[in-house]
Design a protein around this ligand. Structure first.
Ligand code: ZN
Length: 178
């Protein structure tokens, strides 16, 4: 398995192009030519727990790598300058044409997202979403399909991202105890 950690992948300074771009500590690289110091931080992302009103939860089928064809929660990366709440609204609109009635922050979990043979460390933030309507939704953008599941209908092995698996499990645990 290839090492996709940014500390191994990045070989040249992205600012001046020097090859003297060296690992500096556990999560940064520093250019010995121009002094540019690059930090490996977490990218912020959102995941939506969309309920159907009858105890079922929406999962979507991914239409993009990584994990093409596997189950996920709707969501995605937060754009620079955007709030997490707005990212939830935007992603649900882009992926499903879904409008939100209300949303509530649930919690966060870290994840590692490998794209272009490069690990992006993410912090996934989960929001519980009450939709205005679940009629007439259409899978678009980077998802192939969507469906509402009871917990019995979910095989957790089909959800590859550990953060997403945790959000789904916690959701059903909380529903049971409420
Ligand atoms: Zn440089």
């Amino acid at each position: 398995m290839q090492n996709t950690n940014p500390l191994k992948v990045l070989k040249y300074c992205p600012k001046c192009g020097s090859s003297q771009f060296k690992v500096s500590g556990e999560r940064s690289l520093k250019c010995e030519s121009c002094g540019f110091h690059f930090f490996i931080n977490s990218a912020a992302a959102v995941a939506a727990l969309v309920c159907d009103g009858n105890g079922k939860l929406m999962l979507v089928t991914r239409g993009v790598e990584p994990n093409y064809g596997k189950l996920d929660l709707p969501g995605g990366f937060i754009d620079p300058g955007e709030t997490a709440e707005n990212a939830v609204r935007r992603e649900l609109s882009e992926e499903l044409g879904l409008k939100i009635k209300s949303l509530e922050y649930v919690g966060s979990a870290p994840n590692e997202y490998i794209f272009s043979e490069y690990t992006v460390f993410t912090l996934d933030m989960a929001f519980k979403v009450i939709p205005e309507s679940i009629i007439g939704l259409k899978p678009m953008d980077d998802i192939l399909d969507y469906k509402f599941y009871s917990e019995e209908e979910i095989n957790y092995d089909d959800i590859p991202a550990p953060s997403i698996k945790k959000f789904v499990k916690d959701y059903f645990n909380n529903e049971r105890n409420s």
